[in-house]
Design a protein around this ligand. Structure first.
Ligand code: ACO
Length: 324
C-alpha cells in the first residue's frame, strides 16, 4: 500500500502595500530599467507596520483550508518555513496554530531561508509517509523587508513580503492514488558558502536581527549550477525526463535564473510559473505563492506534474516533484 501526501488546497497572501521600482528609485541610486533588466522585478509587496509574519501566514492558511474544505481541527502538523519569525521564540508556527483555533497537533518552524518551503514540504511529506501526521499545513511566510538594509541597492531592490500555504493530506491505496501527491523531495546544503548570503545579526551574535548581506554574482553562479543538478537528481530518482514536467515552479529570485532553468529543461515560458515581476523574492513564500497563483487561475490542473526548486542562504537548495 502506497501512502502519498496529496496537495488538497493552497492559499496565498500578499500585504496590501505595493512598492514599485520607481518608488525605490526615489530613495536610492537605482532605476526601474536596471532592476527590470537584471532581475525581472517590477514591484514588491511590503507588510504594514505591526503586520507580522504570523499574520501573513494566518491569512494564507485560512484561504488554503477553505479551498481544501478542511477544518483546522483536522490539522495535526504545521511546518512553517521562515527567516523572519515574529519572535526569536516561540515558533511562529505556534502563533498560527493558536490563531487558527487549533488545540492539538504539533507546530514548528523551519529555517532554510529561500529553500525553506521545499524543506518544509519534505519534512511534512516524511511525517505523513511514516504515519506520524495525517493532514499537514506547509507554510512559507516572510516579512523579509524587515531585514533589508534600505541603503544597500544591491539587495534592497530584490525582496518582498508574503505567505503561501499548502494543505497536504495522507492518502493511501493503489491505482491512481499512488500516482498523485509528493513523489519525492531532494534537499542539500553546504555551510562552507555562508559568506555568500547571510544576515549580520542574530540573538547569539549581536542580539539584533541584522541585515541581509549578499555577494550577488556568486549566488547567481551557484544558483544556476546547484539548481540544475538537483533538478536532474529529482527527475532521475523518478525515472522521468524533462518532457514529463507540466509546470516548473521555481524559486522567484531572479528572472534570469528562472529562464536559465527553463532553457535547460527545454520548457517553453508557458510552462513556467513566474511571479517574480509582481512579488519580487519573498524567500520561503515564493514557491507556494507561485504554485497557488497558478492553481487559482486554473493553469495547473489535476494530474499534472509540478517541478518545484529553490536555493537560498546556507547555502541550501532543493527540489520536489509533485503530481497535483
Ligand atoms: N541599481 C543600480 N545599480 C546597481 C544596483 C541597483 N539596484 N545594484 C547594484 N548595482 C550596480 C553595482 O554597484 C555595480 O556597479 P559598478 O559596476 O559601478 O561597481 C553594477 O551594478 C553591477 O553590479 P553586480 O552586482 O555585478 O550586478 P549583477 O549583474 O551581478 O546583478 C544581482 C546583481 C541582480 C543581485 C545578481 O547578481 C543576482 O540576481 N544574483 C542572484 C541573487 C539572488 O538571486 N539572490 C537570491 C537567491 S537566494 C535567496 O533568495 C535568499
Amino acid at each position: 500500500m502506497v501512502v502519498r501526501s496529496r496537495v488538497v488546497g493552497c492559499g496565498g497572501y500578499l500585504p496590501a502595500r505595493v512598492m514599485s521600482n520607481a518608488e525605490l528609485a526615489q530613495r536610492i541610486d537605482t532605476t526601474d530599467e536596471w532592476i527590470v533588466q537584471r532581475t525581472g522585478i517590477r514591484q514588491r509587496h511590503v507588510a504594514a507596520e505591526g503586520e507580522l509574519t504570523s499574520d501573513l501566514a494566518y491569512h494564507a492558511s485560512r484561504q488554503a483550508l477553505e479551498r481544501a474544505g478542511v477544518s483546522a481541527s483536522e490539522i495535526d502538523l504545521i511546518v512553517l518555513a521562515t527567516t523572519t519569525p515574529d519572535e526569536t521564540f516561540p515558533a511562529t508556527a505556534t502563533r498560527v496554530q493558536a490563531r487558527l483555533g487549533m488545540t492539538g497537533g504539533a507546530a514548528f518552524d523551519v529555517q532554510a531561508v529561500c529553500t525553506g518551503f521545499i524543506y518544509g514540504l519534505a519534512i511534512a511529506d516524511n511525517f505523513i509517509k511514516v504515519g506520524q501526521a495525517k493532514t499537514a499545513l506547509v507554510i512559507g511566510a516572510e516579512t523579509f523587508t524587515r531585514i533589508l538594509d534600505w541603503n544597500d541597492r544591491g539587495t534592497c531592490v530584490l525582496f518582498g513580503d508574503g505567505a503561501g500555504t499548502v494543505v497536504l493530506r495522507a492518502e493511501s491505496g493503489q491505482g491512481t492514488v499512488k500516482d498523485r501527491g509528493v513523489l519525492s523531495t531532494h534537499l542539500h546544503s553546504d555551510g562552507r558558502e555562508h559568506d555568500l548570503l547571510y544576515v549580520d545579526g542574530g540573538p547569539s551574535s549581536t542580539g539584533t536581527a541584522g541585515h541581509v548581506k549578499m555577494v550577488g554574482k556568486e549566488v547567481f553562479r551557484h544558483a544556476v549550477s546547484k539548481l540544475s543538478s538537483v533538478i536532474d537528481e529529482s527527475l532521475e530518482k523518478n525515472a522521468l525526463t524533462a518532457d514529463a514536467v507540466d509546470w516548473l515552479i521555481p524559486h522567484q529570485a531572479n528572472k534570469r535564473i528562472i529562464d536559465s532553468m527553463a532553457n535547460r529543461l527545454k520548457l517553453p515560458p508557458e510552462k513556467v510559473v513566474s511571479t517574480v515581476e509582481r512579488h519580487a523574492n519573498t524567500s520561503a513564500a515564493s514557491v507556494p505563492l507561485a504554485m497557488c497563483a497558478a492553481i487559482e487561475d486554473g493553469r495547473i490542473r489535476p494530474g499534472q506534474l509540478l517541478l518545484l526548486e529553490a536555493i537560498g542562504g546556507g547555502l541550501t537548495w532543493g527540489a520536489g516533484l509533485v503530481r497535483y
